[in-house]
Design a protein around this ligand. Sequence first.
Ligand code: LLP
Length: 431
Amino acid sequence: MNLNLKVNSKDHLEIGGIDTTEIAEKYGTPLYVIDEEKIRDNYKRVYNAFTKFYKNFKILYACKANTNLAVMRILESEGSNIDAVSTGEVYTAIKSGFSPDRILFTGNNVRDDEMAYVDSEGVRINVDSISQLKRLAKIVNPDGNNDGYKISFRVNPNVGAGHHEHCITGGPMSKFGIMEEEAVEVYQMAIDLGFKPVGMHSHIGSGILNPEPFKLATEAMMKIAGNVHKNTDVEFEFLDFGGGLGIPYTPEEPLLDIEPFAEEITGIYKDKLADYGMGNPDLYIEPGRYIVGDASYLLTRVNTIKNSYRKFIGVDTGFNTLLRPSMYGSYHHIVLANNANAEAVEKVDVAGNVCESGDLFARDRILPKIEEGDLLAILNAGAYAFSMASQYNSRPRVGEVLVNNGESEIVREKETYDDLYTKQIVPDRLK
Ligand code: LLP
């Protein structure tokens, strides 16, 4: 990982031109700090890399990574489109100013009322199963004529990869998409039901730094699309290869070099389009983590140092704010924010404040000498951090601050104790 950290003359970590110790003082900890410029840079880097090699290109930001409304506004202003996987995400995208034509809904195990809502908003539905297709047909037009209603299908290209078993979404163990063998039949079924299938989608997994699985998946999906094109009347308007682009979490991991990556993927894409005579449909990708992952930091303060069987550095938040280390064993780099150039000297465990032994941000991590009262910055907390946060242990969710050009603004107030109970109703007889 190219840490590329900004450290000021006081040896304090800076984010967006602001001293983290000042941010912590002003807003309190724990706190997520989002760097606007990083999001914009990340977006532009991907967009420029792909459009250099293929003009009909769109980024559909996978907003499951981070749906903060300010983050959504930033990406809306960059011209992004949205991959939404739930009706809540569709609602959030519309609320954030994305017109329906900029949103693709890729749900799985979707209820009828959810499809009806997405349809009513005019958002395109990417269908995951034959069951969903048949139910959608009844929703769109109960009389049986779907009148060229445009849809696409998620296919499972039988290639999968990911940073953890839970994050592999292609291949024989995955619940997602339709199989290669049934693709022609399913597209034909859609046509027979009156739909107009115009797209194909796949997403093979998440947190992938190696370009190879993406290349294999691109070839595999192009083969499926080519076959559908040859055997049905389908003319593809877009082919969507999903997200999954990894970011380095450890200092040793390299960056996914986006320009050569884009060149390879678009190269395969163009070759296969020509082979199968498919014209120039739009190429979509759906990065989430790559756009927002390294743009946020979780600031947490050390309140307890315990020398027991091991040395524990105890901090003021836990897996309720960043689940990834506990859920996937993920590495998140930790910086001593108030002394960011200090040399790493001792092996410690960094433990959260949740009442579970698995609540660790790091095990056997070599860090500088840490004192009670020190401020830690946990890196790469922009993707799947707040969006997977909970109120476990009855801890109100923490706030978020956006920084840009030396200015900071609250973009999510921290919850209060009362927020823990807003939707609860105690029956009168129990009062
Ligand atoms: N498109 C679809 C249909 C997806 O299911 C996903 C992620 C993405 C795009 C974006 O993937 P990304 O570019 O962010 O890797 N909670 C896990 C990640 C789960 C991702 C699920 N789907 C984690 O913290 O690593």
